[in-house]
Design a protein around this ligand. Structure first.
Ligand code: GLN
Length: 343
C-alpha cells in the first residue's frame, strides 16, 4: 500500500438516470486529486535542478546523497499525496526548532516566549553572533540558532535528560511516530559546534540562557540530528495546519493557539535571512533545515514538505524551495491572493 490515498477514485461505477427514470449503466472515471497533480507537476519541473551544494560545515551532511528528492502533502483530514522519495531519512536540523518552540509555547505561554526570547526576525544569518550582540541578547528569534538554543534551554525538565525526553516526545507526536537520532550526524556536529557553544555562552552572559549553556547546546544538537523522511515532515506540518491536532494519529499535540503563534514565527523567520523572499514568493509560513528539508503550512488545509539536500547561500534547499513554490502556485493557496469581489 505504497501510494496511500494518492488517487481519489471518484465515480468508479455510477448510475445515471435517464428521463424515463430507467437505470443506465455508467462509465468508469478516475479523477486525480488536484493535490496529486500539483505534486506531480512540481516534481517534474524541479527534478533536474542541479544548483546548490550539501551543507558541509557539519561534516556528516556533506556525504548525504544529493539526489534524494521527494515532495509530500498531508491534508488536515489525513490524506497523503506524494511524488519521489518518501522514505529516505535526513536529519531534521533547523526544522526541529519549530516543534520545540511549540512545546515551550504550550508549557509557558506566548508572553514567556516574547519576554525571554523575542519573536522579531533578526534578518541575519541563522548562526549570527552579531545578531545577539546588536540586541544584547534580546529579540533572538526562536527559529535561528541563538533563539533556538535559548528555547531548548526553556523546555521544562529538572535536568538535561528530562528536557531531552520532552523534546523527542513532542517532535515524535508531531510526526506521528517515534523519531530516532541519526548518531553519525549528532556525533559529527557535537564534536564541531564551537560556534553554537559560543552563542549559548554569550546569551548566558546576557542572562538570556535558561539552563546550562553546554548542556543546552548539546540537547539542541541532538534535536537537530533527529531522522525524518518527507512524510514525517509533511505530517508535522499538517499537524500545525490542523490547529495542533495530528490528522494521521488523530491525537491532540498542542492547542490551536500554540499552533497559530508557531506559524506566525515561521512566517517571519522560517527561512532565516531569506524569509522575506520566501513569503513574497509562496505566501505560506515555512521552515527550512540544513539537512535539505523544508516544510510549509497552509492553515486549515494541508502541510507540505520537500527534501533535497543541496542548499543555497542562506542554507535553504534549492529544489525543495522551488518545489513548494510550484505546488502553492498551482493550488493557488497563497492567502494573500484573493479573487476580487466586483459586485
Ligand atoms: N544544527 C544546525 C546548526 O545549529 C542547524 C542549522 C540549520 O538547519 N540551519 O548549525
Amino acid at each position: 500500500m505504497k501510494r496511500i490515498f494518492s488517487l481519489l477514485i471518484a465515480g468508479v461505477f455510477f448510475l445515471t438516470w435517464n428521463a424515463s427514470g430507467q437505470a443506465k449503466k455508467g462509465k468508469t472515471e478516475v479523477v486525480i486529486s488536484p493535490y496529486q497533480l500539483a505534486v506531480d507537476h512540481a516534481f517534474e519541473k524541479c527534478k533536474d535542478i542541479k544548483e546548490g551544494k550539501n551543507a558541509d560545515y557539519i561534516k556528516e551532511l556533506a556525504s548525504v546523497d544529493s539526489n534524494i528528492f521527494g515532495i509530500c502533502i498531508v491534508t488536515v483530514d489525513g490524506q497523503v499525496f506524494y511524488k519521489g522519495d518518501l522514505d529516505s531519512r535526513v536529519s531534521i536540523q533547523s526544522i526541529s526548532k519549530v516543534f520545540t518552540l511549540a512545546r515551550v509555547l504550550e508549557e509557558q505561554g506566548p508572553k514567556a516566549v516574547m519576554d525571554k526570547i523575542g519573536v522579531d526576525a533578526t534578518g541575519l544569518r541563522f548562526n549570527s553572533i552579531i545578531a545577539i550582540e546588536l540586541q544584547k541578547g534580546k529579540e533572538i528569534n526562536p527559529l535561528v540558532n541563538p533563539g533556538a538554543i535559548a528555547t531548548t534551554s526553556l523546555v521544562a525538565g529538572a535536568d538535561s535528560a528530562a528536557k531531552w525526553k520532552s523534546i523527542i516526545q513532542i517532535q515524535s507526536e508531531f510526526a506521528g511516530r517515534p523519531l530516532d537520532i541519526n548518531r553519525p550526524v549528532y556525533i559529527s556536529e557535537a564534536g564541531d559546534n564551537l560556534r553554537n557553544q559560543a552563542i549559548a555562552h554569550l546569551l548566558f552572559a546576557y542572562n538570556r540562557m535558561y539552563f546550562d549553556p553546554v548542556q543546552s547546546t548539546d540537547i539542541y544538537t541532538k534535536q537537530c540530528a533527529l531522522n525524518v523522511n518527507t512524510r514525517d515532515l509533511a505530517t508535522m506540518a499538517a499537524t500545525l495546519a490542523n490547529g495542533g491536532f495530528n490528522p494521521v494519529t488523530k491525537k491532540k499535540v498542542v492547542s490551536p493557539e500554540t499552533a497559530a503563534f508557531t506559524l506566525s514565527v515561521m512566517a517571519t523567520a522560517g527561512l532565516y535571512d531569506d524569509s522575506g523572499q520566501w513569503l513574497f514568493a509562496v505566501g505560506l509560513p515555512g521552515k527550512s533545515g540544513v539537512g535539505g528539508g523544508i516544510i510549509a503550512v497552509c492553515p486549515g488545509k494541508f502541510g507540505i514538505a520537500a527534501i533535497s539536500p543541496p542548499l543555497n547561500e542562506a542554507g535553504n534547499s534549492v529544489k525543495a524551495q522551488r518545489a513548494i513554490f510550484e505546488v502553492s502556485r498551482e493550488l493557488k493557496v497563497n492567502p494573500y491572493l484573493v479573487e476580487p469581489r466586483t459586485k
